[in-house]
Design a binder for this molecule. Structure first.
Ligand code: ASP
Ligand code: MG
Length: 409
C-alpha cells in the first residue's frame, strides 16, 4: 500500500469551503487505498495576522511566546480539516507538532528539526486513520514549542515523509507547479514536468515559493517531491534526483541545459571603500552582519595596487536600514573606511545542472543582456547557476530576453 505525505498550504485552506474541498480530495485518495499523512499550514493570512497582533503590543515580542502564539495557526487548520474528514466518515486524527514527535533545537522562530519520534504517527496509521499534522512547529528540550521559520510547513512535510519512508511527498499549493520563469515577468513561461533538487534549491524564488530546507532534506533523503495545484487537476512538477548528470556525459547529446530563469527583486548593494588588504578585514565586516541575522548574498572584493581594497555585497532592501547602522559603526572603527549603497537592484539567474562543465553559458548570458543595453552591476556563479545583478527596472525585460535566448519559450 502506498504511503503518501501531503502538505496543504495556507491559501488552499483559507475558508471552511476550501477545507471541505481538501477533505474530499483526501477521501478520493483513501478510497484508492492509500495511507495518508497530511501536513497543514495555517489558514490564509493567519500567521501574518498573529505576528501583527504581537507587533501591535511591542516591537520586540518575546520569542518563546511568539512561537507558541504562531503555532496556534496550524492547530486551527489541522483540527478543522480533521473535523471535516470525520464528518465524511473518514477515520482521522489531528496531531500537534509535539504529539507528532518533532524534536527541534532551541532557535525560536527558526528552529531546525533534530529528530522525529514517529511512534504516535505509526500507531494512528495502523488504526487506519488519516493523520493530520500541524506543520511549521516542533518542541525543544525544555518542552517549549518552536517554529521552523516562515513557510516551514514544507519542511515538516518532507521531514515526516523521510522519517516514515513514504513513497512520495506531495506539496499542494496555489500554483500549478514550478515554472521556467516567473510568469509575472515572462508570460510564456512554461510549467516544468520535473526539476532536480539542486536546481530547485536555486529556483526556489520562482512560481512556487518553497522552504529551502525542505528541498535540502529531499535531496539528502532522496524523497520525491511533487509540487501541484490544490485546485486545478493538472499534473504538477516532480522534484527528483533526475538523470541530467548522467546524460551530461553522453557525448554529442543535444538538449536544453538551462532549466529556468530565476529572478529576485528588491536587492540593495553596499560597497565599503578604503579597507586595508590584510587578513581579518572581511571578518570585521561580515561577523557583525551575521550576528545581526542579516543574510548577505553576492560578495565581490576588488583589490587595488595600493594595499587597499573595496568590498561590495548585496542584501534584501528590507535589511538596508539595519545594515547601514552596522556599516556606520564598522567604518567609524577603521581609518579611511567609508561606505556607499544603492537600492532598486535585482538578481537574475540562469539555472541548470546541465551547465556544469559546459562552457559558453556565461558569454551567451552577458551578450544577450548587453545586446539589450542592460548593464550588469555584479556577477556571481555556482556550478549550476550564473547570476547577474541588474537594475530592478530591467528585470522583466532581462527575464524575457534570457528565456528566449536559452530556448525556454
Ligand atoms: N504558517 C506558516 C507561515 O505562514 C508556515 C507555513 O505556511 O508553512 O509561514
Ligand atoms: Mg505558506
Amino acid at each position: 500500500m502506498n504511503l503518501v505525505v501531503q502538505k496543504y498550504g495556507g491559501s488552499s485552506l483559507a475558508s471552511a469551503e476550501a477545507i471541505k474541498n481538501i477533505a474530499k480530495k483526501i477521501k478520493f485518495k483513501i478510497d484508492k487505498g492509500e495511507k495518508i499523512v497530511c501536513v497543514v499550514s495555517a489558514m490564509g493570512e493567519t500567521t501574518d495576522n498573529l505576528i501583527n497582533l504581537a507587533l501591535n503590543i511591542t516591537d520586540n515580542p518575546d520569542s518563546r511566546e511568539l512561537d507558541l502564539l504562531l503555532s496556534t495557526g496550524e492547530l486551527v487548520s489541522s483540527t478543522l480539516l480533521t473535523i471535516a474528514l470525520r464528518s465524511m466518515d473518514i477515520k482521522a486524527i489531528s496531531l500537534t507538532g509535539t504529539q507528532a514527535g518533532i524534536f527541534t533545537n532551541k532557535s525560536h522562530g527558526n528552529a531546525k528539526i533534530l529528530s522525529i519520534d514517529s511512534s504516535r504517527i505509526w500507531d494512528e496509521l495502523n488504526r487506519n486513520k488519516v493523520v493530520v499534522i500541524a506543520g511549521f512547529q516542533g518542541f525543544n528540550d525544555s518542552m517549549d514549542i518552536t517554529t521552523l521559520g516562515r513557510g516551514g510547513s514544507d519542511t515538516t512535510a518532507v521531514a515526516i515523509a523521510a522519517e516514515l519512508n513514504a513513497d512520495i511527498c506531495e506539496i499542494y499549493t496555489d500554483v500549478d507547479g514550478i515554472f521556467t520563469a516567473n510568469p509575472k515577468h515572462v508570460p510564456n513561461a512554461t510549467k516544468l514536468d520535473s526539476v532536480e533538487y539542486e536546481e530547485m534549491l536555486e529556483l526556489a524564488s520562482l512560481g512556487a515559493k518553497m522552504h529551502p530546507r525542505s528541498i535540502e532534506l529531499g535531496l539528502v533523503y532522496k524523497m520525491p517531491i511533487l509540487v501541484a495545484s490544490s485546485v486545478n487537476d493538472v499534473p504538477g512538477t516532480m522534484i527528483t534526483q533526475g538523470d541530467n548528470k548522467l546524460s551530461n556525459k553522453t557525448v554529442g547529446e543535444v538538449r536544453n541545459r538551462v532549466r529556468g530563469i530565476a529572478t529576485d527583486e528588491n536587492i540593495s548593494r553596499i560597497t565599503i571603500h578604503g579597507l586595508n588588504n590584510i587578513p581579518g578585514t572581511a571578518t570585521k565586516i561580515f561577523e557583525p552582519l551575521s550576528l545581526a541575522d542579516i543574510s548577505v548574498d553576492v560578495i565581490v572584493q576588488n583589490s587595488g595596487n595600493d594595499g587597499q581594497t573595496n568590498i561590495s555585497f548585496t542584501i534584501k532592501d528590507s535589511e538596508l536600514t539595519k545594515t547601514k547602522t552596522i556599516m556606520e559603526k564598522i567604518c567609524s572603527h577603521i581609518d579611511n573606511a567609508s561606505f556607499t549603497y544603492d537600492t532598486g537592484l535585482s538578481k537574475i539567474s540562469i539555472v541548470g545542472t546541465g551547465m556544469q562543465d559546459a562552457p559558453g553559458y556565461a558569454t551567451q548570458m552577458f551578450k544577450s543582456l548587453s545586446d539589450a543595453n542592460i548593464n550588469i552591476e555584479m556577477i556571481t556563479t555556482s556550478e549550476i547557476r550564473i547570476t547577474c545583478i541588474i537594475k530592478q527596472e530591467n528585470t522583466g525585460e532581462a527575464a524575457r530576453i534570457l528565456h528566449s535566448s536559452f530556448d525556454l519559450d
